[in-house]
Design a protein around this ligand. Structure first.
Ligand code: C5P
Length: 402
């Protein structure tokens, strides 16, 4: 990590004292650290203390002529590989979510084009407040990476809950993962995962039992290899993997729209269990039980996301991969699916056993001219092996495609 540079923004919370240790931990790994402190941060720790650990001046003032001439907020924002905000206070997250830039820290954040890692820290009620949660979801959707907050005792006596800043070592590890150069660095990946839900009326829907585990594992494995990953996910109980931009959707049509917005991508992997059909008319009022007996729900076909992304054209990803859940003649059906959908590879699995919702998977990777049976392994291991295969295809001179 000796060539990596981090810009650390320290905001005003009691956890700011831990940021001094974070600087030390990053430097131990050879990461160069530059520090910006908000005015409130300076009430908790001094620029002198942070400066002594980083070994250079700490930046605090947007309107200080000497500081602006010395480095300036635009250079601070650009001359780094990663921006870390630790602690990220409720106030700073609110400013960031809405694009305010009235001090050095917020101006730097608005001006940066580098990845951002936030370590929120605040009282549990402030964290749980709808305003903070709304701001947090805006930042997540924008692709900000987040570590913590953790559950535990607060600095305030007798208070406990979720809101403690992640420990310096956790923040450091999250930062190192984001700084790592992998074989997929510079490549954009689009992954769909989870089920879709299709409204019958405002309270009822059609869906399926997909857990999203395999798709999330693939998104995480691609990010670990350095790809810039967008995960378009139906409702699941899973947390967004570190370093992945998650877009939450419900219906197949929303999933398709989110995928099209996420293009261009170098690789698209459709893992979602998209509902094949949706009620042809989603009713805007709850269907009453007493009206005219059992209602008939007419269905119509949903768009096929994999087939749409596979269509030839300027925006087609270089490599499009689908999944096939089969119960018999897995390879034959999977080959037919490559042709029908127009994709490049199919990862086929036999779902006659306990794969749906389980932790393990056993797959066959079918490409245009090969079929590779992988032994039974965890979904995480399948994801890492698939990510490695994607990396070698994308980094080969001419990736295999139709
Ligand atoms: O046609 P089938 O559902 O068997 O195909 C499975 C593959 O197609 C999976 O990769 C799934 O994510 C994708 N798919 C899709 N949109 C649909 C149906 C399936 O992207 N409407």
């Amino acid at each position: 990590m000796s060539n990596k540079r981090v810009l650390l923004i320290i905001c005003g919370g009691i956890a700011a004292y831990k940021s001094l240790d974070l600087i030390r931990r990053l430097k131990e790994r050879g990461v160069a650290v530059r520090v910006v402190m908000t005015e409130a941060a300076q009430r908790f720790i001094t620029p002198l203390a942070a400066g002594a650990i980083v070994g250079e001046r700490v930046f605090t003032d947007l309107f200080d002529q000497a500081q602006e001439f010395d480095i300036g907020h635009i250079r601070l924002a650009r001359e780094c590989d990663l921006v870390i905000v630790a602690p990220a206070t409720a106030d700073f997250m609110a400013k960031a979510a809405h694009g305010l830039a009235n001090d050095l820290a917020s101006a730097v954040l608005l001006a940066t084009d580098k990845p951002v890692l936030m370590a929120p820290a605040m009282n549990p009620r402030m964290w749980a407040n709808q305003a903070t949660q709304h701001n947090f979801s805006i930042l997540q959707a924008r692709g900000y990476h987040v570590v913590g907050p953790n559950a535990g005792e607060m600095a305030e006596r007798g208070e406990a809950g979720v809101g403690r800043m992640a420990e310096p070592l956790e923040i450091r590890d999250a930062a190192l993962a984001l700084l790592k150069d992998g074989p997929l660095k510079g490549n954009r990946a689009l992954v769909t995962a989870g089920p879709t839900i299709e409204a019958i009326d405002p309270v009822r829907f059609l869906s399926n039992r997909s857990s999203g585990k395999q798709g999330y594992a693939i998104a995480a494995a691609l990010a670990e290899l350095g790809a810039d990953v967008t995960l378009v996910s139906g409702p699941t109980a899973l947390a967004a993997p570190l370093g992945v931009k998650r877009i939450n959707v419900e219906s197949a049509r929303d999933m398709l729209a989110a995928c099209e917005t996420a293009l261009p991508a170098d690789v698209a992997i459709c893992v979602a269990a998209v509902a094949d059909w949706r009620p042809s008319a989603a009713v805007s009022e709850k269907i009453k039980k007493d009206k005219s007996g059992v209602p008939a729900i007419a269905l119509k076909e949903n768009p096929d996301i994999l087939a749409t992304l596979s269509k030839p054209g300027k925006k087609r990803p270089k490599l499009v991969i689908g999944f096939a859940a089969e119960t018999n003649d897995v390879e034959t059906h999977a080959r037919a699916k490559i042709v029908k959908k127009g994709c490049d590879w199919i990862v086929a699995n036999d779902v006659s056993g306990d794969v749906m919702g389980g932790a393990d998977n056993q797959v066959l990777l079918i490409t245009q001219n090969s079929a590779e049976a992988w032994p039974r392994m965890s979904k995480d291991a399948v994801a890492r092996k698939l990510a490695a295969a994607i990396a070698s295809a994308l980094t080969a001179k001419a990736p295999r495609r139709k």
